[in-house]
Design a protein around this ligand. Sequence first.
Ligand SMILES: [Zn+2]
Length: 124
Amino acid sequence: MKCPRCKSDYYSKNGFHNRKQKYICKECGRQWLGEKSDRGYPQPVRELCVKMYCNGLEAKAIGRYTGISYNTIINWVKQAKSTGKMSLDMVDDPETTEADQSSHFITSLYSQKNPPPRSSPSGH
Ligand SMILES: [Zn+2]
């Protein structure tokens, strides 16, 4: 990717706008929106994919279950790591550790457009 105005590749990230990565050119100061960082998937879906990844599922497997591209999932994982959101409390939900259940879970997520109520961890 290059600056749309001066074709420089000397640019840096400049925050987000409507969940799209914003960039700013350091040569001419032009700002523009990059490719969508998450393809518009709702936040619960992103978090679930990262959670599945934390539980040991490979990104390719998650992609197969969810239909989300491998690269998108990897990006989410990277973002979660860089923002510190990938933490132990995300691997704490026994109901999403099984791949089949995760698949079912995300299917219902899509159909309902509402995340199901979280079961509170017991005995801790
Ligand atoms: Zn420029």
